[in-house]
Design a protein around this ligand. Structure first.
Ligand code: AMP
Ligand code: MG
Length: 404
């Protein structure tokens, strides 16, 4: 059996980033930009006023104060969006609004709060400083600057920057389509009859949601019974997507046919079984250039194997630089014991207390106990060889929340 690290390395070594596509800038939210954005223009494009006030010649007012007010003639009212034809001459000012271009002759703005207005004139009560309250052309962005770098995630601020640069479309990494197939004789879809001994295929939804949360496109293939023909039909359908994920039927049960079928279809097995708990029966395959994951059926196992192997793969395909969740150190509040040999992922609740993180488990850790995930915001990761961690010791916690 290989370790989680080895399995992850093997997986990622087979994963290539997708191609690019152009989308409108608003639709680019959360996507990864596939081009460097080089500014075609200065921002702001011209010197403009940072305040509502008066555009003046600083040499007229260097000593202005409440005790020594300076009177200037107001020759124009200038709004944002308009340009003045006039030049400010000695003893003159132009009333100016925030964002309006600085008129010729002026070299400072005095905010309205530091003036008193008269009829056709203004009294300046404070000198300010040369160049005061003028926002210079290019002070935000200079033409030729690289303002967004290939591989950056596009957030609202990047969208604003793209718009400022005159772009309505932008090149981003494509999102993979990810087929999700759940297998099991006992499964029915939500809303179907539970007569007999059926359970709802919750994995159909958790896995699709995990795919969507990554930013990829889930394709729900529904449920296949534990029958080779049916599994084969659905897998063939699934292999048309960019990525294929199956859940359950991958262990050593008598009706676990997923591996047999994938092999019969010529899909190459890269690994099967990883020294981890939960999630041991996970398998990874390559079908030509397409990755396929067989995840175990227990609801917690499928989620955690997705988190460890599928999520980083999908993020890599979508051009992300940061493909792993942050890992923090936290003080463990209760003792944990385990068998040596496997890496354990223990569902846990991390909180910030006093001066650092502390962490407790979410209770019973069976791989069928979905509530252990519902309650969790992190996974305590305990190394293969370790058997006991005492209360008060520090542990590594892989965060599950995306905005912790
Ligand atoms: P298996 O991997 O087929 O041995 O399944 C392991 C356990 O996971 C069994 O108890 C299944 O009933 C359960 N299980 C399998 N598939 C699903 C699913 N899609 N949703 C919820 N539980 C499942
Ligand atoms: Mg089964």
């Amino acid at each position: 059996m290989i370790t989680v690290e080895e399995a992850l390395d093997k997986t990622l070594s087979h994963i290539q980033p997708m191609g690019f596509e152009k989308v409108s800038i608003l639709d680019a939210l959360g996507r990864v930009i596939a081009e460097d954005m080089i500014a075609p223009r200065d921002l702001p494009p011209y010197d403009n006023s940072g305040m509502d006030g008066y555009a003046v010649r600083y040499e007229d007012i260097p000593d202005a104060s409440e005790k020594n007010p300076v009177r200037l003639e107001v020759i124009e009212d200038l709004r944002a969006g308009f340009i003045s034809e006039k030049t400010v001459q000695k003893g003159q000012a132009i009333r100016i609004m925030t964002g309006a271009p600085i008129p010729k002759g002026a070299d400072a703005v005095v905010p309205v709060e530091e003036t008193e207005r008269g009829n056709g004139f203004v009294i300046i009560l404070k000198a300010g400083f040369p160049g005061g309250y003028i926002r210079r052309a290019g002070e935000d962005v200079k033409r030729g600057d690289r303002v967004i770098t290939k591989g950056d995630i596009i957030r609202p601020s990047e969208i604003g920057m793209l718009a400022s640069m005159g772009r309505s479309f932008v090149s981003v990494y494509q999102r993979p389509s990810v087929a999700v197939l759940c297998t099991g004789e006992e499964l029915v879809d939500v809303g179907e009859s539970l007569d007999g001994v059926k359970i709802v295929s919750s994995n159909s939804y958790t896995l699709a949601a995990q795919v969507r949360e990554c930013g990829a496109i889930p394709i729900q293939l529904g449920i296949a019974k534990d029958q080779k023909d049916e599994i084969k039909k659905k897998i063939l359908q699934g292999l048309r997507s960019d990525v294929f994920i199956s859940s359950a039927g991958v262990s050593v049960g008598d009706y676990d046919f997923v591996r047999d079928v994938l092999k019969e279809l010529g899909v190459e097995m890269i690994f099967w079984r990883v020294a981890m708990k939960p999630g041991k029966p996970v398998a990874f395959w390559m079908f030509d250039k397409k990755p396929a994951f067989s995840l175990p059926g227990n609801p917690v196992s499928s989620m955690i194997t997705f988190e460890q192997f599928v999520r980083p793969s999908l993020l890599k395909m979508m051009g992300h630089r940061q493909i792993f969740q942050p890992v923090i150190e936290a003080v463990l509040k209760e003792e944990i014991r385990k068998e040596p040999g496997k890496k354990h992922f223990i569902r846990a609740m991390v909180s910030f207390e006093n001066d650092g993180y502390s962490v407790t488990t979410t209770g019973p850790q069976g791989s069928g106990i979905l509530r252990s995930m519902v309650r969790a915001n992190g996974l305590i990761v305990i190394p293969e060889s370790q058997e006991i961690v005492r209360a008060g010791e520090k542990v590594k916690v892989q965060l599950l929340e995306r905005n912790f």
